[in-house]
Design a protein. Sequence first.
Length: 152
Amino acid sequence: MTVRLRPMRLADLPAVMELEEELFAPDTWTVSMYRDELARTDTRHYLVAVDDADDRVVGYAGLIAYDDEAHVATIGVTGSRQGEGIGALLLDALLTEADRRSPVVLLEVRADNETAQGLYRRRGFAEIGRRPRYYQPSNTDAVVMKRERTGA
């Protein structure tokens, strides 16, 4: 099975919210947060990964990008499709966009998510700090990671 990436649309939000609940409960974003993000096209870049076979959203990712820095806001892939490279595909697309706009990319990742941290390290991110009890309401710590633009 293959996937394609395309810009996230308002019509994708029901599927994205299902994935939010599957992947990040109880620390999920709300549908209104996503609506607000999608409305800010000047500094936001949100994508979905769609299964070619049935047009189902199987992953999503978002970037907030300014002239001086960018932030990976979110990235997730449904559990049944993890390990297929979809997360890496989404991250690489975000990093391509980030490199066009900003010299540095920052992100927070759950301290207990070693798989995601490994992916980020393989893409040039390094840990620069921790945020205690960052994810709410679970009180889970975040690892803060940074990546400099390729060739910068």
